[in-house]
Design a protein around this ligand. Structure first.
Ligand code: ARG
Length: 588
């Protein structure tokens, strides 16, 4: 089904074309003044500039043509030449009926035939996840759901930080402590034990200890570097040990992400592209794209017109070690080869923007990016009340599990306060508290434009009033309960609404705006567009519901139509919340 805005734009476009003007001038948008009109077209102003005509006169000619279309209930011209449009109630009702019958609720097909690879994990083996990883997961998971709903083929990759110095630090620490000598015995040719010699808890103690020791002692650091180099060169005992770290960490990370309702299609890591690096480096050298600079091998990425300095991408350090950028460049090559995507999106802290700019420039310069657009969709920080990146009270990084436990506690308290779920079985009440807590966390994060920093304020996020996740869950639950009662009473629902009032009209207009919100959120890579949309929808419903009878409506036809409107509203609410990664409990 075609979105209403597009439909209107096409009609206005033909009117412009019939006047010998560009059809593109017919673009229609939602009115800036909903009190005056539903939609507006500003094309006459632009047209007047290009043909040096009078904008009001052009607007009148266009309006005269549009008047022939029964779709419009009202067409008038405002100010210097804005064309204000209202669609007839009949036309709105038909379109709402079509939307109600569409399993995809009119989702735009912007991604048909297109592939997206989205990178929204980035946790590091043996290191606990921090709030930056949390934001990547929440924003990336929402974008993954949105792009999929818009028809894209989407591949989500966790891109584990599983290579590099921290691995050598861990290995050498384990060696020193004599925890698992067999992995260090040069005489041992394997096979090595299947069981990991360390648990996740061990790793979380070993890694900070090793990192601190390396910081304090240059010799200890040298030892870690050697272990890293030997691992990368394939020393069997080290590789076996490293595999254990990855397996153990992956298991822990999957549980943490799982508790948030986030998953990944690929559990690739930085290490998985290591074998690609040598051939890429050779190729870049052969093509004269990589050059020696102060002992290192670099790709120059400065471009004409750069306003600030663009340092080169370092491929190999003077000791031959590879860096973060080298791995990301090899990952581009791997993703192009495996999926031939149209777009690769990186949902990573904005502070890494410079890094991605270097990698992307190098990839484009060397033609390594296939047909893909490479884009860093960065985000700001979640801060504590002190305005600095969020930490635990003790000053450490907040673990995801603890954070979720905290939000669940808050939600439990709020539910009790609001008198909700009180008499439900314990297990169900807990499940509701968990869902409400996660909704509070995710909605608060997503409702800010991703680049904006925000302050973690759980008490505000978990409120059942205002622009919060719990408010929207509750709105959906209430409509579900109306529909359940209607079913119990054997009342019929009609898919096609009957419009009688401004509240019904406003609600339907908002429902029909779903595809536009989905398109705009995709274009801006910005789930906050969906948050605004769904909040406005809940408000429009609430106005409708407070003005009109539904279950108690006497006129059977009107009641059926209103129940249909409830159904469509709850379907859209639930769908948009799902795009935000928020589950709606079946009751509260
Ligand atoms: N592991 C990195 C970190 O913790 C994030 C990785 C993001 N993704 C990427 N392709 N570089 O900062």
């Amino acid at each position: 089904m075609t979105a209403l805005l597009q439909e209107l734009g096409a009609i206005a476009g033909s009117a412009f074309a019939a006047e010998g003007l560009s059809a593109e001038l017919g673009q229609v948008q939602r009115s800036d003044r909903p009190d005056l009109a539903q939609f507006q077209c500003n094309g006459a102003l632009a047209a007047a500039k290009s043909v040096r005509g009078n904008p009001r006169e052009i607007a009148q000619r266009i309006a005269a043509r549009l008047k022939a279309d029964p779709l419009f209930a009202k067409i008038d011209i405002a100010g210097p030449g804005f064309i204000n449009l209202d669609v007839s109630d009949e036309a709105l009702a038909i379109r709402a009926g079509t939307m109600a019958k569409d399993a995809k609720l009119g989702a735009p097909e912007t991604g048909t035939g297109k592939t997206l690879v989205i990178d929204y994990g980035g946790p590091n083996v043996a290191k606990p996840m921090h709030v930056g990883h949390l934001r990547a997961a929440i924003i990336g998971d929402s974008l993954k759901r949105l792009y999929r709903a818009n028809g894209w083929r989407v591949i989500g990759d966790v891109h584990l930080g599983d290579w590099g110095l921290q691995m050598g630090q861990l290995i050498s620490e384990i060696g020193r402590r004599g925890i698992a000598p067999v992995y260090f015995d040069p005489a041992c040719k394997g096979p090595y034990p299947d069981e990991s010699p360390v648990t996740m808890d061990n790793l979380e103690e070993l890694y900070p200890a090793a990192a601190a020791a390396c910081k304090a002692d240059p010799e200890r650091l040298e030892e870690a570097r050697r272990a890293t180099a030997e691992l990368q060169a394939g020393r069997p005992g080290y590789v076996a040990l490293w595999k254990h770290f990855v397996t153990v960490s992956e298991r822990g990370l999957k549980r943490e992400y799982g508790s948030l309702g986030v998953d990944f299609d690929l559990w690739n890591g930085e290490a998985s592209v290591y074998p690609l690096i040598a051939p890429i480096v050779e190729d870049l050298k052969a093509r004269g794209l990589a050059e020696e600079s102060e002992g290192a091998l670099v790709v120059t990425v400065a471009e004409e017109g750069d306003k600030k300095e663009s340092p080169p991408l370092i491929l190999l350090k003077s000791d031959g070690a590879v860096l973060y950028g080298t791995t990301d460049l090899a990952t581009v090559v791997d993703r192009i080869k495996s999926y031939d995507p149209d777009l690769i999106l990186y949902i990573v802290d904005q502070r890494q923007h410079g890094h991605f700019e270097q990698v992307f420039r190098a990839a484009r310069k060397a033609n390594l990016n296939g047909k893909a657009e490479l884009e860093h969709a960065g985000f700001g920080t979640m801060n504590g009340p002190d305005g600095r990146p969020f930490k635990t009270r003790a000053g450490g990084v907040m673990k995801l599990f603890d954070l979720i436990a905290m939000t669940t506690d808050e939600a439990r308290g709020r539910l009790a306060e609001a008198g909700l779920a009180g008499d439900y079985p314990e297990a169900e009440r807990e499940d509701i508290a968990r869902k409400v807590g996660i909704a509070a966390l995710k909605f608060a994060d997503l409702s800010n434009y991703r680049l904006t920093d925000y302050i973690f304020d759980l008490a505000r996020f978990a409120k059942f009033e205002g622009k919060t996740g719990p408010y929207l869950q509750y709105a959906a639950v209430r409509i579900q309960s109306i529909l359940r009662k209607a079913e119990e009473r054997g009342l019929t629902e009609a898919a096609r609404p009957v419009l009688h009032s401004p509240e019904e009209r406003a609600l339907i207009l908002q429902l029909l705006a779903l595809p536009d919100a989905m398109t705009a959120a995709e274009e801006k890579r910005a789930p906050n567009v969906l948050c605004d949309y769904v909040f406005t929808l809940a408000q429009a419903f609430s106005r409708f519901y407070s003005e009109h009878h539904v279950l108690s409506e006497k006129d059977e036809k009107v009641r059926a139509a209103r129940l249909g409107l409830c159904r469509l509203t709850v379907d859209v609410l639930t769908k948009v919340l799902d795009l935000l990664g928020i589950e709606v409990p079946s009751r509260m």
